[in-house]
Design a protein around this ligand. Structure first.
Ligand SMILES: Cc1cc2nc3c(=O)[nH]c(=O)nc-3n(C[C@H](O)[C@H](O)[C@H](O)COP(=O)(O)OP(=O)(O)OC[C@H]3O[C@@H](n4cnc5c(N)ncnc54)[C@H](O)[C@@H]3O)c2cc1C
Length: 512
């Protein structure tokens, strides 16, 4: 099945290769590196954005919309969409399946408002793509979670009951085993739950489309430009291990004695510098290397395998509706189809990184790819002969409550958005609005009334090396426990208890 396919940082994801080829054919002037040349020398900006994934790009677009004359500069170490925004599964799901956590964190009204904002973001993705001619295969066909073992049955019950009680029962619809089978037939699927408000996209086509519109709106984008120093701080995976940032002096008054954010960069063109009124950091897992955030993020790898086109086999499975699909493990498998009849499947485990280091473990791990391929075989044994044509991985940014944080560095006009915990496609739309409003000091922007815009920073994790060792141990226990449960074997008290440890310690992570 896997043949000689190997994941490698040196090869772009299939999504991104496709998106770049389409871009070169349809908008060669914007596709070329000359449209977003690396930074050289010193420039000034009203708002500087670091990171050219969804968070940075939506922020840039929203900032250009809020203040058309503002000088907005976006710096990206690779190319826009080179990170997880061009490598993810393309599931644009809402947060109703996380509703109990939302209520716990934001209260009843806050949870409803946040849930509705993310729900709206899924629709906005579709509208935006249609308005700007972005062919990102936006398909709003919902998302199906199916139990694939008795231990996974009713994993969604708590969300379902709470939603019903609050009059939101239509957001997640329980399905019988027969109803699941009418959407997709698998010998291991049992009952399930359907999220009608979910969509899928071609993730890299979306990222590159956002880049195109940002350029058209006058945003200056510098690709191949790595930020090496920000406001006197430097990233470093050793530096982040238990390090505490020096507290920067507070911003003083309105312009009087104001100290701009100073950024130093490195690129093939030479050294660069940006002096800006405010900064937004959309760094995803790379944020863990910066001293401000290291303790509040665990970096985690996630891998995807992509099959050859098999439209006839999909028809045999009855899976032709375009809906996203997942099992109900904590170490879940998620699958979706493509217009040419492929399956992209991700997940099945992943691994924690050490400190803030984003190295080869996030892009080149054959073991995790094998695990993903094994997941596909288990869910659809009839596809055992189907060729896997590509595989790739990327880092995700996990917080203690599995929700992103849109906050600010105390006393400085530096705003950050990260911690999507593997669910950033739709939330980044809202995140971009929040971050642009903060960066341009639009205190009256209604998006800032969302509790998501003012939440406290996520709870810290234990310092390294305890964080790394603990995460590896718990992950191993969780994967083994869930694999044994799939075989309907008792994992035993030790595996069960170790895998539950994060929950016992108050983190919203790991199986229950
Ligand atoms: C395999 C995989 C599958 C996933 N599947 C899904 C899914 O189906 N649905 C979903 O909602 N989410 C999914 N996610 C998560 C989703 O991709 C992310 O939440 C989302 O892309 C985050 O966007 P971002 O802009 O914050 O981060 P990114 O896209 O990672 O962008 C951050 C950018 O910052 C740049 N950068 C870092 N450091 C520097 C620096 N010092 N200087 C300059 N630039 C820098 C990086 O190069 C990168 O391009 C998945 C993630 C992975 C890895």
């Amino acid at each position: 099945m896997l043949g000689d396919v190997r994941p490698s940082a040196s090869r772009r994801s299939w999504w991104l290769r496709e998106a770049l080829a389409a871009e070169a054919a349809t908008a060669p002037h914007l596709a070329s590196a000359a449209a977003a040349p690396p930074l050289r020398g010193t420039i000034t900006a009203d708002l500087v954005i670091v990171g050219g994934g969804y968070t940075g790009l939506w922020t840039a677009l929203r900032a250009a919309e809020l203040e058309p004359g503002a000088r907005v500069v976006l710096l990206e170490a690779d190319i826009c969409g080179g990170g997880p925004s061009g490598r993810n599964g393309g599931f644009a799901t809402n947060w109703w399946d996380e509703y109990p956590t939302l209520v716990e964190r934001y209260g009843g009204d806050g949870a409803r408002a946040v849930g509705q904002a993310i729900e709206g973001a899924v629709d906005e993705l579709g509208t935006f793509c249609a308005e700007h001619g972005i062919d990102a295969w936006y398909t709003k066909a919902g998302s199906l979670t199916a139990s694939a073992a008795p231990a996974q049955d009713d994993a969604w019950l708590a969300s379902l009951e709470k939603l019903r009680r609050d009059g939101l029962g239509d957001r997640l619809v329980p399905l019988s085993a027969d109803e699941v089978a009418s959407r997709v037939r698998s010998p291991v699927f049992r009952a399930g739950v359907f999220m009608p408000g979910a969509a899928t996209v071609q993730p890299a086509a979306l990222a590159r489309g956002l880049r195109r519109v940002a350029l058209e709106r006058g945003v200056t984008i510098a690709e191949g430009t790595e930020v090496i120093e920000l406001d006197g701080q430097r990233p470093g995976w050793l530096g982040s291990v238990g390090a505490r940032a020096r507290r920067a002096p507070a911003r003083r008054g309105n312009g009087q004695g104001f100290r701009p954010v100073r950024i130093r960069t490195r690129s093939s063109a030479g050294d660069g510098e940006v002096l800006a009124g405010a900064a937004v950091l959309g760094l995803n897992a790379w944020a863990a290397a910066w001293p401000w955030f290291g303790r509040r993020l665990v970096t985690w790898s996630s891998y995807i395998v992509l099959t050859e086109p098999i439209p006839d086999r999909l028809a045999d499975l009855g899976w032709t509706g375009g809906e996203g699909l997942a099992d109900a493990r904590f170490t879940l498998h998620y699958l979706r189809t493509t217009p040419d009849g492929r399956i992209a499947l991700g997940g099945g485990g992943g691994r924690a990184g050490f400190g803030g280091r984003i190295g080869a473990a996030f892009t080149d791990d054959l073991g995790d790819v094998r695990r993903a391929a094994a997941g596909l075989r288990r869910l659809f044994p009839s596809l055992a002969d189907v060729r896997i044509e590509d595989a790739w991985g990327g880092p995700i940014d996990i917080t203690a409550d599995h929700l992103p944080w849109f906050g600010s560095i105390p006393g400085r006009p530096i705003h950050v958005g990260h911690g999507y915990s593997g669910n950033g496609v739709a939330p980044a739309v809202v995140g971009g609005r929040i971050l642009a409003a903060k960066g341009l000091e639009r205190a009256d922007d209604p998006v800032l009334a969302l509790p998501l815009a003012s939440g406290r920073p996520p709870r810290p994790f234990p310092p390294e090396p305890a964080r790394y060792v603990g995460a590896r141990l718990i992950r191993e226990a969780a994967v083994r426990r869930e694999s044994m449960e799939e075989l309907e074997r008792d994992p035993g008290a030790v595996l069960r208890e170790v895998s539950r440890l994060p929950r016992r310690l108050g983190y919203h992570l790991g199986p229950d």
